[in-house]
Design a protein around this ligand. Structure first.
Ligand SMILES: [Zn+2]
Length: 457
């Protein structure tokens, strides 16, 4: 009898698990079918890119994007949508940059450059100096003041091509963009040029944030397209005393006020448990910010629409946060983290989509072992939608600080091969985003939230 009871219990347990899996699989299918059939992510991305355009913090487009996405999420049926204000940097590029290198025959070979975000300008006359090319900070240090003083330093540092995930190449080289100018100025450089942080060889200079170390003089900093970076290097091989000229008129204005746009679906059973998903609403000024990060914004907003449409009532509170100023100072992330600390709720998961609207492959996570195991146990449900990895790795820049509150944090990992071809450059535009790839990202974000909401973490 006892054996019979035990067997019945096991059978019932297995039956329940199988039933739950079937129900989850059906829910995934409904979410996916609706997004692939009726999704608004692609149309909303068109509005962000084509009707609004570049959305750098402090710009009028940033304000328009806040208003527009506020309206979108209200219309999608969020329980509440609100703004969180914060001071954001206000840097403006000024006139289109010019640059050339003097050829040995006296000609001026034009080069495609752009100022780095937060850089000071050269003044209207520009600067002209001999160039010293280096491939690492070690080379810079070895040259010292004797080799650098009075010159423009060219940091010609490529992505390591052997990294299959291109993000790794980016992480290794961003230090030259952020800190190269001050490191070179320490030895008396008058300006710096970096090879664009891109895995492609093309004509687009890629901008991005830089900062100054107050201990050293400030010098103008620009990026050169990878193709022109190679030309510059070739020219320097021929004539290492060739002079480079560049002119930038960028300037930094007093801080402006920006806003995170936050939408909530209130939890019906555990309203004090919070799941945050989002992207960042700001973008660099050269681009429409389609992949970086209009895609992440429209993908995560889509969750509100699809949950409402399908009548999925979350048990836990789900927040979609469109962060302001990810690109420059991270002030939107700081603002949300401070808010999260103060509200004293239990943040269980925070996931960002900020690696492009490409075909999703998995999720990169900062998670405890037991939570990672739980997420991985759900993997079979995700595989039909192209996600096959829950890996320990990085989290999105906007959500990683929620780890300190105990949340599992992470980001959607799309295919990375083309992301840095577009990142922070003029070719990060709507036409470069594939509708279905974008929607698959939205589906996987929604499905992950569905599971964590239903079962906790
Ligand atoms: Zn981004």
């Amino acid at each position: 009898m006892r054996k019979f009871l035990l067997l019945s219990c096991i059978c019932f347990g297995l039956y329940t698990v199988a039933n739950a899996q079937e129900a989850d699989s059906l829910a995934f299918r409904r979410i996916a079918d609706d997004i692939l059939t009726n999704g608004q992510a692609y149309g909303n991305l068109r509005i962000l890119c084509k009707q609004i355009g570049p959305r750098l913090s402090g710009s009028p487009q940033m304000v328009r994007a806040e208003k527009e996405t506020f309206r979108m999420m209200k219309e999608m049926g969020a329980d509440t949508v609100y703004l969180q204000d914060t001071k954001v940097p206000h840097w403006v590029r000024g006139e289109k940059e010019t640059a050339w290198i003097a050829g040995s025959n006296g000609s001026k070979m034009p080069l495609r450059i752009c100022a780095l975000g937060n850089s000071m300008g050269t003044g209207t006359k520009g600067i002209k100096a001999k160039v010293v090319e280096v491939h690492s900070f070690d080379e810079l240090d070895a040259l010292g003041e004797k080799g650098i003083k009075g010159r423009i330093v060219y940091f010609n540092v490529r992505f390591n091509p052997t990294h299959v995930v291109t993000t790794q190449g980016y992480f290794e080289t961003t230090q030259y963009r952020w800190t190269g100018a001050s490191k070179a100025a320490r030895y008396g450089a008058v300006g710096t040029v970096i090879r664009s942080l891109s895995s492609s060889i093309d004509d687009y200079p890629h901008t991005g944030g830089m900062g100054y170390n107050d201990s050293f003089p400030k010098v103008p900093a620009v990026a050169i397209s990878t193709r022109d970076g190679d030309l510059l290097s070739d020219e320097l091989q021929r004539n290492n005393s060739a002079e480079l000229y560049f002119r930038t008129t960028c300037t930094t204005l007093p801080d402006a006020i920006g806003h995170n746009v936050v939408a909530e679906l209130r939890g019906s059973e555990f309203p004090n448990e919070v799941i945050t998903i989002g992207g960042h609403l700001d973008s660099w000024d050269l681009a429409e910010g389609a992949h970086d990060d209009g895609a992440g914004c429209v993908q995560t907003m889509e969750l509100i629409r699809v949950f409402r449409k399908l009548g999925i009532r979350p048990k836990r509170t789900i927040r979609v946060v469109l962060f302001t100023d990810e690109e420059n100072r991270g002030s939107g992330s700081n603002r949300y983290t401070a808010f999260a600390k103060a509200e004293n709720k239990h943040h269980i998961l925070a996931i960002e989509s900020d690696a492009g609207g490409f075909t999703p492959r998995g999720f990169s996570l900062v998670a405890d072992a037991d939570k990672l195991a739980r997420l991985r146990s759900w993997m079979p449900l995700f595989i039909p939608y192209g996600v096959y990895a829950f890996e320990i790795g990085s989290a999105g820049a906007d959500v990683e600080s929620l780890r300190a509150l105990g949340a599992t944090v992470g980001e959607l990992m799309p295919d990375s091969q083309r992301y840095f071809d577009h990142h922070h450059a003029a070719n990060d535009k709507f036409e470069e985003v594939n509708k279905r790839e974008l929607e698959l990202g939205a589906i996987n974000m929604a499905n992950l939230v569905y599971m964590v909401d239903k079962y906790g973490l």
